[in-house]
Design a protein around this ligand. Structure first.
Ligand code: ATP
Ligand code: MG
Length: 332
């Protein structure tokens, strides 16, 4: 059986990178897989959170999933902390994960910055909790953006280590699904840094909830170079900021970068940016409107999350019991 698990952190508003790199693909995949889509709120605790803001962000991410086209009845949609098995399996797997494996993780190095000793243990252990998220449901496929590839490889290694240790085929090896034209959307301020919720600069990203004026302002201010748009993708790739905007345009338009360049080669960035604003607003506005409607009825969002959480918990309980039996934890 093919089963998908994927999630987003309710750290701040979702942005275009989350949408193009992951969420949009989920919408397609829900028709051919059994899907579990999670709001990974335990992961969000790896940075300092205001309790009231966090609670709102959890509902907002759930609303974004639905507004993008995820059907909460057909799929399992829930928030991670509702199912305690994530934390439990996370602990068990962390006892099967050598520190050397975690030391290689580039996301920790980027997020911890220079003051590694001040970073919290959760940020360091993040990849083992992510492995638990996936393996708790024995998911076979995980649609994510490029940046999560290394963590998924680690999840595969952890599954393999567990299986070898207990001479079993218990955990499947989850396959990453890195799909589409924009698997790594870059910051609007720096073409070498990925667009992130946790970036301090609001101008580094376009949020799914930004209104038309804000989108226009952010794209107008986006870093570019003075050259007009090139004719070939090879020339484009030597200019990270230009490449990023062309990639975003192409992904939103549902076409290749070649096709976008055929349309805009020789144009100045001012003109191209105006077209990008129009396209972004046209694609995002219907989702923003739908999200706002959904968030007007918080009780209904909570009901959907609870319903999804119950369904997830039933699968999780079975896996966790089997794991406990396998490794020798007594269930009296
Ligand atoms: P944070 O800065 O808090 O880590 P994030 O923007 O990286 O936030 P996540 O919640 O960590 O978002 O990731 C959710 C999903 O979005 C993952 O599948 C991730 O690979 C994908 N994703 C995140 N950023 C990008 C990006 N810039 N381009 C494409 N996909 C992305
Ligand atoms: Mg991230």
């Amino acid at each position: 059986m093919n089963r998908i698990f994927s999630g987003m952190q309710p750290t701040r508003q979702l942005h275009l990178g989350n949408y193009l790199g992951a969420l949009r693909n989920w919408v397609q995949l829900q028709n051919s897989y059994e899907c579990i889509f999670c709001v990974v709120d335990l992961h969000a605790l790896t940075i300092d959170q205001d309790p009231e803001v966090l609670r709102n962000n959890i509902r907002e991410v759930a609303a974004a999933y639905i507004a993008a086209g995820i059907d909460p009845e057909k799929n399992i949609l829930f928030n991670q902390s509702y199912v305690s098995g994530h934390a439990e399996l996370g602990w068990i797997l962390s006892c099967h994960t050598p520190l050397g494996w975690l030391n290689r993780m580039t996301q920790f190095k980027e997020k911890a910055g220079k003051q590694k000793d001040m970073a919290n243990l959760g940020l360091y252990a993040y990849p083992t909790l992510m492995a638990a998220d996936i393996l708790l449901y024995k998911a076979t496929h995980v649609p994510v953006g490029e940046d999560q590839k290394q963590h998924l490889e680690l999840a595969r290694d952890i599954a393999g280590a567990f299986n070898r240790r207990y001479e079993t085929e218990f955990f499947p090896q989850p396959e990453p699904q890195i799909l589409g034209e924009a698997t790594r959307v870059m910051s609007l301020r720096d073409g070498k840094k990925k667009m992130s919720k946790s970036d301090e600069s609001e101008y580094s990203r376009i949020n799914m909830t930004d209104d038309a004026d804000t989108i226009a302002q952010k794209i107008r201010k986006a870093k570019t170079d003075p050259e007009p748009l090139p004719e070939t993708v090879t020339e484009l790739e030597a200019r990270p900021e230009a490449d990023n905007l062309v990639t975003i345009y192409s992904a939103l338009a549902g076409q290749s970068r070649e096709q976008t360049l055929a349309q805009f080669a020789g144009a100045q960035f001012s003109g191209f940016k105006a077209a990008l604003v129009d396209l972004s607003v046209a694609k995002l506005a219907p989702m923003t409107t739908r999200m706002k409607e959904l968030l007007d009825d918080k009780a209904e969002i909570d009901r959907l999350l609870r319903q999804g959480g119950e369904r997830a918990a039933a699968i999780a309980e079975k896996t966790l019991n089997d794991v406990k039996d396998t490794i020798g934890l007594l269930r009296p």
